[in-house]
Design a protein around this ligand. Sequence first.
Ligand SMILES: C[S@@+](CC[C@H](N)C(=O)[O-])C[C@H]1O[C@@H](n2cnc3c(N)ncnc32)[C@H](O)[C@@H]1O
Length: 199
Amino acid sequence: MFELLYRAGSRMYDPLTAVFFGPAWHNWRRTALPWVGPDRTLEIACGTGQLLPELASRASFVAGFDRSQSMLNPARRRSTRDSIAVLQADAKSIPFRDGSFDTVVSTFPASFISSRSVLDEVARVLSPGGRFVVVVSARFTRFQWKRPFIHPILRLAYGSASSMNRWPEDLLSHPEMPGEWRDLETPEGEAFVWVAVKR
Ligand SMILES: C[S@@+](CC[C@H](N)C(=O)[O-])C[C@H]1O[C@@H](n2cnc3c(N)ncnc32)[C@H](O)[C@@H]1O
């Protein structure tokens, strides 16, 4: 079902997140913005590309990639500015040179982001002092009644139901990118965000 969701792409993904999360999903994504810019930003697993225009308003160049071609179709339609590039790629092999970006962002990326091969790739493409910002999960602190309905959807989106929780302390740590967790409030709840800086 997890793989099917991303093959069906935006036909299912955007409507599902809109119905179950309303504006909360995008407000949680947006918690990454304060660390973005001013030069080159990479979004890993950009999905349907809803965050790309806002990243581009803070950075001179933005690249967004995703493994799923279907998710990328609407991302391309949303990315009309010349300063945004959208491409199909796997996070295990990021198609950019060493030190290409001053920010790498990912929102709700599922567990692939914590694999050592992906973290090594992020460390490689970040320039020294660059930020790695991951909105890993979030939860409603208002509208608690929605939670029993939302868990099956999260299981579908992530392949697990654990996404409303913080991830284990050291899951995204990497020797070249020391980081810390931030709990950031939004109008609907809070987002759990990993912020790391490349040495
Ligand atoms: C839950 S969606 C999040 C999409 C978007 N960032 C958002 O905030 O809505 C997870 C995304 O990760 C992508 N993905 C999964 N594994 C990947 C990998 N190894 N490399 C790149 N993208 C991947 C999926 O295709 C999907 O678009």
